[in-house]
Design a protein around this ligand. Structure first.
Ligand code: ADP
Ligand code: ADP
Length: 215
């Protein structure tokens, strides 16, 4: 299994697990959240269009994300296997992805859903710190860097995400339920939805993911 989507509410551990799993099995990790944050930081056209939605915890319009992913599919960037993290996030995005795949003779092996409760999401995101250089994620108090406030890998100063403020997190959870959860049904109908308990230690989640991937 090498073509996967990671699904799950904000804070369910998609990024944490996708980085490790992609490295372990040698596939590309593509996070639309990371791509968008870079675009905002660099002030590109995409970044300018995405910024205000992201700050409010709303979804960036479908056509922008679909265009972004279509470029990656058509230029062969995903052809040796991938984990899509944060895309698709709406039914129209899932439908467009399916069409892109048919057109490019690609297939999706699985959509892996990380299940985590709302309270755990709020707890995790209020403690999330990330490295702006390598995107690695830390957590206060469960997963701290060796030296306070700096990334273990490259020494960059860790940052908080503005959209991890609690009122924005609550909105992102609502947005997830309204706009993203329906795609669980989409992939259940395609018979590729696999559910994994996200609310356990990161190493236990990783073991469960490896079992799924090696099946
Ligand atoms: P997502 O990409 O789904 O938004 P992240 O992987 O960024 O989620 O994780 C959100 C926060 O929760 C981070 O601070 C991360 O360190 C922490 N975290 C991730 N997995 C776990 C876990 N299994 N148990 C506790 N905290 C976790
Ligand atoms: P999360 O921690 O919620 O998983 P991400 O880093 O994946 O966060 O995404 C951060 C923000 O980027 C989202 O709240 C949304 O504004 C925007 N975004 C990311 N991916 C998409 C997408 N596929 N469609 C629309 N907006 C997106």
């Amino acid at each position: 299994m090498k073509n996967m989507i990671f699904l799950g509410p904000p804070g369910s551990g998609k990024g944490t697990q996708a980085v490790k799993l992609a490295e372990k099995i040698g596939v590309i990790h593509l996070s639309t959240g990371d791509l968008l944050r870079t675009a905002v930081k660099e002030g590109t056209d995409l970044g300018k269009q995405a910024k205000e939605y992201m700050e409010k915890g709303e979804l960036v319009p479908d056509h922008l994300l679909i265009g972004l992913i279509e470029t990656k599919v058509t230029n062969g960037y995903l052809s040796n296997g991938f984990i899509l993290d944060g895309f698709p996030r709406t039914v129209p995005q899932a439908e467009s992805l399916k069409k892109m795949f048919v057109k490019n003779n690609m297939n999706m092996d699985s959509a892996i859903l990380l299940q985590v409760s709302d309270e755990e999401v709020v707890r995790r995101l209020s403690g999330r710190w990330f490295c702006p250089t390598c995107q690695r994620t830390y957590n206060h108090p469960s997963n701290m860097p060796k030296n306070e406030g700096v990334c273990d890998d490259d020494g960059a100063k860790l940052q908080r995400r503005p959209d991890d403020e609690e009122s924005v997190v609550r909105n992102r959870l609502e947005v997830y339920k309204k706009q993203t959860q329906p795609i669980e049904e989409f992939y259940r109908n395609e018979s590729i939805l696999i559910e994994v308990t996200g609310e356990q230690a990161p190493t236990a989640v990783f073991e469960d993911l490896l079992k799924v991937v090696n099946k």
